[in-house]
Design a protein around this ligand. Structure first.
Ligand code: URA
Length: 312
C-alpha cells in the first residue's frame, strides 16, 4: 500500500515497536518500566493551569494565560510562567495575585430577571441585586454574564465559568440577543427601517440586526429586536432616537438560549442540550487563526476555526 503524500509511512504498532520515549514513559493508564502507573488522562494527570483558573472564574482562558506569563500565579508556592503547566485540582495549591484559587465544577444558571434589580453581586447604594434571587445555599460564587439595565427584565445567565462568560459577552464574537420591546406610539415601517440601517446616539453608531413588529395594542407597538452589538442601554437609546421611547423591555433569547415560560424571579440550571450548544460557542471562540485569533468576519462573527491548535 502506498503511503499518502505528506503522511508518515505506517509502521506496525505493538509492544515491540514502541519508541524509546514511549517505552520509558508509558501511556496514561499504563505501567512504565520503573513500575509506575501513569494516571489516566483527565484524572490525576490534572488540567492546564489556564483552564483551571478560568473555570474558577478568575478571568477568560486567554486572560489567565497572560496572568501566568506575567508571573502572577503560583503553584505550590512556586511562580509558574508556563501556561500549559498541569495542575491537579484539589491537590495542588494555586494562588493568583496571592489569593488561593479553588475550581469546583462549572455552574451556570438561567435567571428570569425582574425589573427593579441591579445586574451585579453587590450595590453600594443598597438596591436589590440579581444574586439575591438565587438559592441561598449550595451554590458557588456566580457572576452575571453581561448586564441588563435595572428596568429591563428577562434572560440573564449567572456562571462561575470565566471562559463561557467571555465567549458570550465579547463584542468580537457577536452572540445574538433578542429583546421584546414595548414602544410608545406606532412607528411607521420607514422608522423601523432606520433601526436596522443604523442611528447615531451620542456620537455612537448603533444598529439592530433585525427588527420585527409583534402584536400591537391600541396605544403601543411591540417589537422583536435582535442585536449583535451590546452597547449601554442600546435598545432604549435607539428607539428614543427614532421618537418612540421604550416603555418595557424583556430579553427573550441569548445565543441558543430561550427565556421560555420561566416565571419572573425564578432560575433554573441549563439543560444538557443548552450546555452542549454553549460549549460549541466557546470552542468556536478559542484562538485558532495564524496569529492566535479566531477567524472572524466583518461583524466579528466567527466564520471558521482551525482545530490544528486545539486546546483541551
Ligand atoms: N438594551 C437596553 O436598552 N437595555 C438593556 O438592558 C439591554 C439592551
Amino acid at each position: 500500500m502506498r503511503a499518502k503524500v505528506g503522511s508518515r509511512p505506517e509502521r506496525p504498532r505493538g509492544p515491540g515497536r514502541a519508541s524509546p520515549r514511549r517505552r520509558a514513559e508509558a501511556a496514561p493508564g499504563e505501567t512504565d518500566r520503573r513500575g509506575k502507573t501513569r494516571a489516566p488522562e483527565g484524572e490525576d494527570s490534572g488540567e492546564r493551569l489556564q483552564k483551571f483558573l478560568a473555570r474558577a472564574g478568575i478571568a477568560s482562558r486567554r486572560q489567565c494565560e497572560a496572568l501566568i506569563a506575567a508571573g502572577r500565579v503560583q503553584v505550590n508556592g512556586q511562580v509558574v510562567r508556563t501556561p500549559g503547566t498541569r495542575v491537579r485540582p484539589g491537590r495542588d495549591h494555586v494562588r493568583a495575585d496571592g489569593e488561593a484559587v479553588r475550581a469546583g465544577d462549572a455552574v451556570t444558571l438561567l435567571l428570569h430577571k425582574p425589573a427593579g434589580y441591579i445586574t451585579s453581586r453587590s450595590d453600594p447604594q443598597g438596591r436589590p441585586v440579581v444574586t439575591s434571587l438565587l438559592p441561598a445555599a449550595g451554590l458557588p460564587r456566580l457572576f452575571p454574564v453581561g448586564r441588563l439595565d435595572w428596568d429591563t427584565e428577562g434572560l440573564l445567565l449567572l456562571t462561575n465559568d470565566g471562559e463561557l462568560a467571555h465567549a458570550l459577552t465579547h463584542p468580537r464574537f457577536g452572540v445574538r440577543k433578542v429583546y421584546h420591546a414595548k414602544l410608545k406610539g406606532h412607528p411607521t415601517p420607514e422608522t423601523l427601517a432606520l433601526l436596522t440601517r443604523g442611528v447615531v446616539c451620542d456620537g455612537e453608531p448603533l444598529k439592530a440586526l433585525a427588527v420585527l413588529p409583534l402584536h400591537p395594542t391600541r396605544q403601543n407597538a411591540w417589537l422583536a429586536v435582535t442585536l449583535e452589538q451590546g452597547r449601554y442601554r442600546q435598545v432604549r437609546r435607539m428607539c428614543e432616537a427614532v421618537g418612540h421611547p421604550v416603555l418595557k423591555l424583556i430579553r427573550v433569547a441569548l445565543g441558543p438560549l430561550r427565556l421560555g415560560a420561566l416565571p419572573r424571579g425564578h432560575c433554573r440550571p441549563l439543560t444538557p442540550d443548552e450546555l452542549h450548544n454553549l460549549r460549541a460557542i466557546v470552542a468556536a471562540t478559542r484562538p485558532s487563526g495564524p496569529g492566535g485569533e479566531p477567524v472572524t468576519g466583518r461583524r466579528g462573527r466567527v466564520l471558521r476555526t482551525s482545530r490544528t491548535r486545539e486546546r483541551p
